[in-house]
Design a protein. Sequence first.
Length: 340
Amino acid sequence: MFTKDIGVDLGTANTLVYLRGKGIVLREPSVVAVNTRTEKARYVGKDAKQIIGRTPGSIVAVRPLREGVIADFDLAVTMLQEFIRKALKGHIFTKARVIICIPSGVTSVERNAVREAAESAGVRQVFIIEEPMAAAIGAGLPTTEPTGSMIVDIGGGTSEVAVVSMGGIVSSQSVKCAGDAFDTAIMNFIKKKYNLLIGERTAEHVKLTIGSAFPDETEDSMEIKGRNLLNGLPENVTVSSAEIRDAMIEPLSRILDAIKSTLEKTPPELSADIIDQGITLAGGGALLKGLDKLISRETGIPVYIAEYPLDCVAEGAGKVLENMEKYQDTLVEYLKYYEK
């Protein structure tokens, strides 16, 4: 009765926690603010994200995950502990079983680091599922049927492209280019064109407000504030949607290349299914205006955005928790780990 089953979408930008029987109970940025004098975490999640770029020297906001993998083990453990504690509202979770979603392109060392981090956070059993498979399940695709379904999950650190059929991934590609790469491209573009230095949060705000991947009838513009690199003084400049689209060409083309490469490796029978079913977009990157139109134009295949793109991976982990027998093929490699 005390066992709690939890699904964790451990993302570079955000972490979502799914509690069996309750659905998604926690959505928090994957950020930890650390006091450099004591080396202890001061804030975790939303509180930590709000202070990025606004802290004194003694407090540093750190992302424990970079490009989908753990970059700082101790902080990742602290963050997981805090998120699981919040999700369970203070209940003891020593008997918790957890499914954690990780990118499909990670090495066995990186995979073990995720497992060890969860075990260090006090979890009893850890199962691991690959993110594109979880996203496909969460998006409602027929993953257990002998039909080809294509999912493109664009997160913060990685973009996962996969063709799934009969509970397994047939062909896939993971590229370390996603939402963070868009933000960096915008920062570099503004710096190069206007000699203006802007922060990560401003770049993200610009991307969400006027960013687009495909020309639209309504081209917007907005004013951004930053520091002039020539005189060191604060300054405002106005940028347009077209400029931001140009800034993001390089990361967008890398994602398109991954989609085309995955399609090239797909067996012809499944390719026929994908032409009929279309490509499904998930993850925060799916919300970039016009991305579905761009991918459709480049591939000639219809593209659909999942109903709740941000929740797909966590919902997929939740569906696996609710019905372990049906989806055991997606976890079988890791179940053996516990039979030893």
